[in-house]
Every structure is written in C-alpha cells, then in structure tokens.
Design a binder for this molecule. Structure first.
Ligand SMILES: [Zn+2]
Length: 46
C-alpha cells in the first residue's frame, strides 16, 4: 500500500490516480486528490 499524501489515506498501487515527481510515484484515492497534488506538488513532496 502507498499513502495518499494529500488526504493521508492508504491507496493501492493499482490506483489509476498517479503522478510521478522526481522519479517517485505518488498514488491518490481520487481525481480530486491528484488534482490538488498536481496543482502544487512541492507542498506535498518536501
Ligand atoms: Zn486522497
């Protein structure tokens, strides 16, 4: 399992909501969380 860094939920790696930043994959529970992440990835990746 991976942690959705936006809302803190655990997300399966098979989730279709995924972004890659600096070679690391981030998984999300929903399109809404992915959108928040994509809008400001630095906030969530430091
Ligand atoms: Zn989420």
């Amino acid at each position: 399992m991976e942690r959705d860094v936006v809302c803190g939920m655990e997300v399966d790696k098979s989730s279709k909501y995924k972004s890659t930043v600096n070679g690391k994959n981030y998984y999300f529970c929903s399109a809404g969380c992915k959108d928040k992440f994509d809008a400001n990835p630095i906030k969530y990746t430091r």
